[in-house]
Design a protein. Structure first.
Length: 196
């Protein structure tokens, strides 16, 4: 017999239907009732969040919190234009979707009214700026910028001493294709004299 007491929900936290099992033999029905009562909001089929009270009214859970629940706590990494553009290599892309690398799912999903493009790819636990450079080079077509333009930006920023050269080479070798590694090696070679 399940415990009859009412569950307490942390504002801003996301929950899967299965998270409601401790309170009901039928968690789907409980979820519907909690949505009707305003205690939860539906972000996607089987995914809910407890709204955060703000002075402007109830606010949704963060993207990271929705992704944590959606991916069942598996590792993930948000990447794409906000990170690529900040590198100063010439990318000014804008996406209508949030690009997310993970170990579990691929495809486009709508969570809490936002669109997420999930890809199952290999990524570091703690990405550095040098990893984001490699990521941008790998996805230059998505960013709408040519490799030659990115290479020029990379050379200019390497000359100014902005990046850790050894780490950049390591990230390109570990996470990049042969073509990406070739671009990085070429830029490192061209700027080697100014680095010494």
């Amino acid at each position: 017999m399940k415990t009859p007491h009412q569950p307490e929900f942390e504002p801003g936290r996301a929950y899967r239907t299965r998270d409601l099992r401790p309170w009901s033999a039928n968690p789907t029905r409980l979820a519907r009732r909690l949505v009707d009562e305003g205690k939860l909001r539906e972000a996607a089929h089987g995914l809910y969040y407890a709204p955060r009270p703000t002075r402007f009214g109830p606010a949704p859970a963060s993207d990271e919190e929705l992704l944590r629940a959606f991916l069942g706590g598996e590792p993930f990494l948000v990447t794409g234009p906000p990170y690529w553009n900040a590198l100063g290599l010439g990318s000014t892309a804008m996406f209508a979707v949030v690009l997310v690398y993970n170990t579990r799912r691929s495809g486009e999903f709508q969570l809490g009214g936002r669109r997420f493009l999930l890809r199952r790819v290999y990524f570091p636990v703690k990405p550095t700026a040098e990893w984001f450079i490699v990521d941008l080079l790998q996805h230059h077509d998505m960013a709408g910028v040519g490799l030659s333009g990115l290479r020029e930006g990379l050379v200019a920023t390497l000359r100014s001493g902005r990046w850790d050269r050894a780490r950049l080479r390591e990230m390109a070798e570990t996470y990049g294709t042969k073509a990406t590694l070739a671009v990085v090696d070429d830029a490192l070679h061209e700027t080697a004299a100014s680095a010494t």
